[in-house]
Write a protein that binds this ligand. Structure first.
Ligand code: DGT
Ligand code: CA
Ligand code: CA
Ligand code: ZN
Length: 584
């Protein structure tokens, strides 16, 4: 398995995190060097696997010593320094860093003075009052930590982590397993396949008649910190940062039944099993079979299983027992699962950044070229507006960017380039620039980037005011949440969705895995009321244009049909809709 750039970037980030713990200083030279290198590798257009140490070191952001480490990983699939740090800071201890208020310094203090090396130890130290006695901590800090632990649900054994941290790992393991000759098919199941915001553990299934190579691969994988169980057809590992991965080998004739079983949800499965019983059958992870004779009814594919149960196949994103069963049931009159939006239906991306705003990582030219490569019919460049202090573009900058984008348009006769901006919704609902200047943009997304902790009625007014602005075509990442780290703003959903319909403003489904915003609840309700959505990437570099597949899965969880996604519309209809919004 050749090392991929993403994989190397992740290892370098891990190295940065561990070095930060080791040195107790986020600004240490080494920490910065690893972070810069991770970013450089992420945006590299060549494969690191084919580059020599000196070629690597010649890249901006990659130093000589880091280049050597990357080469070592490419050649040996390990980095000595990383192994050393991983051994020193096991998953239980690293987990403590997730708790707001615990940085590298406190972590070291906890370990050296109190011998606290995991969550259980920390809770004990808070409980017994030992923590409050630590120099520089005190009662107040102990109380805050206790609160933080509760708020993050870290107190339960089933501590969940944001999908952002899990999906890339699962995708890599699945790709590695799939590359084995003995494996016919590998896929992840469970909550990840249902695309939940947070994930307990990863469940991977492989279809094979020869399980050993797959078991060997996972238990010996360089992501595995510890093997917590291994049998002939089943094994479990814990990764270096504490994520559990379960692997099950399934005989091909049972693969469909196993996929249904392990995808869940539990609630969805219970209803399926009930339907099987009503028919005199038994549904298990092996097959759907006659309850008396054991004769097999179905099992090889999910389609077969649902079909035998008198149902249409249900997309994994909907398997939550929240109405999908009745919609899939062929025994119900007028049953019909909604037609759900698919990646291939999207004709444009409407929220994209470039190096024109400070946090963009690819040039406008590269972003546009990549979008054209995806076959899009339209593409909006929406760099940050001036009110965003660190990153925003002032008027002169915007006009210059517009000029350059118009010039670029000539190279792309088949893709309409829209000059836009991501505006900032101020505390009172106002946005950047003035009405005249705003009218010069082709397309604007407006988003909340500040003041997250105001009362709901104030946030509702804020959103409604922004929607009334004729230059605002869509509201970006509606809640502003960051999954697992920042709760979103609270607002009155009824009022906001009514206003979306009244003003014709679209609600964005942001494809960034950190965000996945609008939330499923918003999409579900918006789909029901006929609100128009857009699915956008909010890409800050070329690679992130691919994130659209995540936004689509989020939309599918909310049951959203393509008709209600404005960027599935053809160019003419899309442009006519923008015009209409302006004049409304
Ligand atoms: P998670 O890991 O907590 O994010 O959520 P899931 O849904 O991945 O749950 P997990 O890992 O416990 O189990 C994976 C799937 O396996 C689950 O969605 C349904 C199925 N499953 C697990 N345990 C049971 C069970 O006791 N009964 C039934 N019917 N299904 C189960
Ligand atoms: Ca799971
Ligand atoms: Ca599991
Ligand atoms: Zn953005």
């Amino acid at each position: 398995m050749p090392a991929t750039n993403d994989e190397v970037a992740r290892l370098l980030s891990e190295l940065a995190t561990l070095t930060e713990i080791e040195e107790g200083d986020p600004n240490s030279f080494r920490v910065r060097a690893y972070q810069n290198a991770a970013r450089a590798v992420e945006t590299l257009s060549q494969d690191v696997g084919g580059m020599s140490a000196s070629q690597l070191a010649a890249q901006r952001g990659i130093g000589k010593s880091t280049a050597t480490k990357i080469r070592q990983f490419v050649d040996e699939r390990k980095i000595d320094k990383l192994e050393e740090l991983r051994a020193k800071y096991p998953p239980g201890q690293r987990e403590l860093l997730r708790i707001p208020g615990i940085g590298p310094k406190t972590l070291t203090l906890l370990k050296e003075v109190l011998r606290v090396e995991d969550l259980a130890g920390l809770r004990e130290a808070i409980q017994s009052g030992r923590l409050a006695e630590l120099p520089g901590l005190g009662e107040k800090t102990a109380e805050n930590l206790k609160d933080a632990i509760e708020r993050m649900h870290l107190q339960s054994k089933t501590h969940r982590r944001p999908i952002r941290e899990v999906l890339p790992v699962a995708e890599q393991l699945v790709a590695d397993l799939e590359s084995l000759d003995a494996v016919e098919r590998a896929t992840y199941a469970g909550s990840l396949r249902r695309f939940r915001d947070t994930i307990g553990d990863v469940d991977i299934l492989v279809s094979t008649t020869d399980p050993a190579p797959a078991m060997d691969l996972l238990t010996g994988h360089d992501l595995a910190h510890d093997v917590i169980g291994r049998g002939p057809t089943k094994c479990s590992i814990v990764t270096h940062d504490g994520l559990q991965v379960d692997l099950r080998a399934i005989a091909p004739e049972s693969f469909g039944a196993a996929l249904v079983y392990f995808t869940g949800s539990k609630a969805h499965n219970i209803v399926l099993r009930q339907r099987a019983i009503e028919r005199g059958w038994k549904l298990s992870e092996y097959d759907l079979a006659d309850a008396e004779t054991g004769g097999r009814v179905a099992g090889a594919t999910e389609d077969d299983v649902y079909d035998a149960l008198g149902m249409d196949w249900v997309t994994p994103e909907l398997r939550e027992d929240s109405g999908e069963i009745a919609l899939a049931d062929r025994g119900v009159d007028d049953h019909r699962l909604p037609e759900l939006v698919e990646v291939g239906q999207l004709r444009g991306d409407l929220h994209d950044h470039s190096t024109w705003s400070g946090d963009g990582r690819s040039t406008m030219e590269d972003m546009v070229a990549a979008a054209a490569g995806s076959g899009y019919a339209y593409f909006a460049m929406t760099d940050h507006a001036e009110d965003l202090r660190i990153n925003g573009i002032n008027r002169a900058g915007m006009l210059e960017q517009r000029k350059q984008l118009r010039a670029l348009q000539e190279k792309y006769p088949d893709m309409r380039l829209l000059h836009g901006s991501e505006l900032n919704i101020g505390i009172d609902g106002s946005v950047d620039y003035d009405a005249d200047f705003l009218a010069g943009f082709d397309w604007c997304v407006a988003s909340v980037h500040s003041h997250f902790r105001r009362p709901p009625d104030q946030q509702t007014t804020r959103l409604v005011t922004a929607m009334r602005n004729p230059s605002v075509h869509a509201i970006g990442h509606l809640s502003g949440r960051k999954i697992g780290t920042r709760p979103g703003i609270e607002f009155d959903l009824d009022v906001v969705l009514d206003m979306a319909i009244e003003t014709g403003t679209a609600i964005e489904i942001n494809s960034d895995l950190n965000r996945l915003d609008a939330t499923v609840e918003v999409i579900r309700e918006g789909a029901r009321r006929g609100v128009t959505f857009v699915i956008s990437t909010d890409a800050h570099m070329v690679k992130e244009l691919d994130n659209v597949r995540n936004g689509v899965r989020q939309a599918r969880r909310g049951g959203l049909p393509p008709e209600q996604v404005a960027n599935t519309w053809d160019l003419d209809r899309f442009l006519a809709w923008i015009q209409q919004q302006r004049s409304a």
